[in-house]
Design a protein around this ligand. Structure first.
Ligand code: MN
Length: 408
């Protein structure tokens, strides 16, 4: 047997990683962290630790308190750093240099990883769209005629995208009725989603073809698109979601590079109609076999499968730039609620409770239609990794806080 030497083939891994960690060398997600008395800076999650990238590299781009400046460098720089990190963490020669910059992750505070530029939320799960159509427009066809032809979406509020752990203050708004009333939402809901973070900008007037996803999108995070269903149902016609959505959107603190999801790529589901050429993805399948988990007060309520999504992130990116709209570094586009065909794969409470008509019974015997004050919701996700194990996309969590103003 001939031995081939070189950093790509000889691995003297000095790291001791916890068994079954979702944050092994196949993952290496980016986040922004701080420790008491130190400024926010970029880190990489490795096992139960965070690698202080600002200190380990000496590169000021990692000391800015957001990932944006690094993301703006583009895919060649992303690939180069990922290769370098892999070498540092596997080759004994780098141990003395790297190990002092590993900090226990349970001792750091995580911050919003990206300064969010523009925020778009799609509606790309056929099961979710059909469930919602059936619940919100009973008696009508559940899907509107456009749904199979384009990824339906809306522009959201970038400034209210916050990091996991941000309290969810129950919003007030106009609730339907005769006449309508103003007060705290009585139908506070969650939406389990995956978010895609744009690194490389694009030129105004130049659409991004769906084959260019990896040239522009740096990575993915987990998203909870908190929703006030009563406010939403009353306001959304004819222009779509507004205040029922914009009070808060929570994201997980770790952005997993697209490069870590190579083993998760799967074909998209079969489509019933012929897609227009700019959305024809037969040459560029970007289905992703991610598994989400939705927990309410620590109890598992559903496991939405992302592989079932009708529209892929590549098609979403192509569609949102099809009119020439430009991308900016830090743009975030989310998939829309991820729901599968089974009841225990639904990614929102409005679906799980059939519009509030059939309360959900949790493992501890408590029941819910929508969220109560004090409830804590966590959405997490995992994916197959390139090393044969599973990688974690981390989690996004939030606890509901009572509305501060007493109802009139
Ligand atoms: Mn949503």
């Amino acid at each position: 047997m001939e031995l081939v030497h070189g950093p790509a083939t000889v691995r003297n891994t000095w790291l001791e990683l916890p068994a079954g960690t979702g944050f092994g060398l196949a993952n290496l997600p980016y986040g922004v962290f701080s420790t008491p008395g130190t400024p926010p800076r970029t880190g990489i999650a490795v096992g139960d630790d965070v690698l202080d990238l600002a200190a380990a590299t000496g590169d000021d781009v990692h000391a800015t308190g957001s990932l944006n400046a690094f993301l703006a460098r583009g895919p060649a720089a992303w690939r180069e750093l990922r290769a370098q990190l892999t070498e540092w963490l596997t080759d004994d020669r780098y141990r003395a240099r790297v190990e002092p910059h590993l900090l226990p992750r349970d001792g750091v505070t995580m911050h919003l990883p990206v300064e969010v530029a523009d925020y778009v939320d799609f509606y790309s799960s056929r099961h979710h769209a059909e469930n919602l159509g059936r619940i919100l427009r009973p008696g009508s066809p559940p899907l509107l005629p456009n749904w199979e032809h384009l990824p339906v979406g809306y522009h959201g509020r970038a400034g209210t995208v916050r990091v996991s752990g941000t309290p969810v203050v129950r919003p007030a708004g106009q609730r339907p009725g005769t006449p309508p009333t103003f007060g705290p939402t009585e139908r506070l809901d969650v939406e389990a989603e995956i978010g895609f973070v744009v690194g490389t900008p694009s030129e105004l007037g130049t659409p991004v073809p769906l084959g260019d996803l990896a040239e522009h999108v740096f990575g993915v995070c987990v998203v909870n698109d908190w929703s006030a269903r009563d406010v939403q149902a009353w306001e959304y016609a004819p222009l779509g979601p507004f205040l029922g959505k914009s009070f808060l959107t929570s994201v997980s603190p770790w952005v997993v590079p697209l490069a870590a999801l190579e083993a998760a790529r799967v074909p998209a589901p079969a489509r019933d109609v012929t897609l227009l050429p700019y959305l024809d993805d037969r040459e560029h399948p970007w289905g992703l076999d991610l598994t989400l988990e939705l927990r309410l007060n620590g109890q598992l309520v559903s496991c939405p499968p992302f592989a079932d999504m009708y529209w892929t992130p590549a098609q979403q990116l192509a569609h949102l730039t099809a009119n020439g709209a430009a991308l900016r570094t830090g743009d975030l586009f989310a998939s829309g609620t991820v729901s599968g065909p089974r009841h225990d794969q639904r990614g929102s409470l409005v679906e799980l409770s059939e519009g509030g008509t059939r309360p959900l019974t949790l493992a501890d015997g408590t029941t819910r239609t929508f969220l109560e004050d004090g409830d804590e919701v966590t959405v997490s996700a995992t994916a197959p990794g390139t090393d044969g194990g599973r990688i974690s996309l981390g989690e996004v969590t939030g606890r509901v806080v009572a509305h501060p103003i007493r109802e009139e």
